[in-house]
Design a protein around this ligand. Structure first.
Ligand code: DC
Length: 227
C-alpha cells in the first residue's frame, strides 16, 4: 500500500462509526463535500480486499490472503467516490452480493485489519478528513477531533435497505432484510478484533426520526462551534 504525506497541526479529523444502514456513509459524504474534506469509506477497503480474494480464489485461504493483501494497492479517486484495486476501478464490483456475503469474514482477520488500518492512518495524514466505518473512533483515529456514533433502529435501517433493493428490482421482504441486518450487526459487534462499539467520547446520533440533512447540519454545527 502506498505512502502519503504527513499531517499538519491545523488539519481536522472527523471519525464516524455505526452499524450497517444507519446512514453514516451518506452523511459523511455530504459533510466532506460541505467542508472540502477528504472522504474515507473504510468499508470499501475491506470490500476491495474481498474482491481480490474472490478473483484469486483465496477467500477461504486465510494464510494466502494475509500474504497477498500486502501486495494489494488500494487507492481512492474522485474524493472517495471511486475505489481502485491495483489501479482498476472496482467501485461497482465491491457492492456485489458475493462480496456482501463474504466481506465480514475477510474483515474479521486481524492481519488484514492491521494492514488496512495502517493504510487508513496514512490517508489520514494527507489532510482534513471525514472517515466512517466500524472502528474509526476506537482504533483507527482514537485521537480524532470529532467522533460520532450514528445509529438507527433495526426496522428503520431494514426499511431503508428494502427501498434500495426494490429500486434495483430485487424481490425481497422487510422480514428477510431485517434478519440480514440483525445477522450483520451480530457479526460486527461480537467479533474478537475491533468490534463495533460506541467510543466513550463519541456523540451518539440516532437517525431513526431524523433526515440526512438534519444529521449533516448537526455535525456541521458541532464542528463549526469549535472553530
Ligand atoms: O460499511 P460496509 O457495509 O461497506 O462494510 C463492509 C464490511 O466491512 C462489514 O462487514 C463491516 C466491515 N468493516 C469493518 O470491519 N471495519 C470498518 N472500519 C468498516 C467496515
Amino acid at each position: 500500500m502506498r505512502g502519503r504525506m504527513r499531517k499538519t497541526a491545523y488539519q481536522v479529523t472527523i471519525a464516524i462509526d455505526g452499524p450497517a444502514g444507519s446512514g453514516k456513509s451518506t452523511v459523511a459524504r455530504r459533510v466532506a463535500e460541505k467542508l472540502g474534506f477528504l472522504y474515507l469509506d473504510s468499508g470499501a477497503m475491506y470490500r476491495a480486499v474481498t474482491v481480490f480474494a474472490i478473483r484469486h480464489g483465496i477467500a477461504e485461504d486465510t494464510p494466502k490472503l494475509i500474504d497477498m493483501v500486502k501486495r494489494c494497492h488500494i487507492d481512492f479517486a474522485d474524493n472517495g467516490k471511486t475505489i481502485l484495486l491495483n489501479d482498476e476501478n472496482v467501485s461497482t464490483d465491491i457492492r456485489s452480493p458475493e462480496v456482501n456475503s463474504l466481506v465480514a469474514d475477510v474483515a474479521k482477520i486481524p492481519e488484514i485489519r492491521h494492514e488496512i488500518v495502517r493504510h487508513q492512518q496514512r490517508i489520514g495524514e494527507e489532510g482534513s478528513l471525514i472517515a466512517e466505518g466500524r472502528d474509526l473512533t476506537t482504533i483507527v483515529f482514537p485521537n480524532a477531533d470529532f467522533k460520532f456514533y450514528i445509529d438507527a433502529s433495526v426496522t428503520e435501517r431494514a426499511g431503508r435497505r428494502l427501498a434500495e433493493l426494490r429500486a434495483q428490482n430485487v424481490d425481497t421482504t422487510l422480514k428477510a432484510v431485517e434478519a440480514g441486518i440483525r445477522a450483520r450487526d451480530k457479526k460486527d459487534t461480537s467479533r474478537a478484533h475491533s468490534p463495533l462499539r460506541i467510543a466513550a467520547d463519541a456523540i451518539r446520533v440516532d437517525t431513526t426520526q431524523r433526515t440526512i440533512d438534519e444529521v449533516v447540519d448537526f455535525i456541521l454545527g458541532q464542528v463549526k462551534s469549535k472553530d
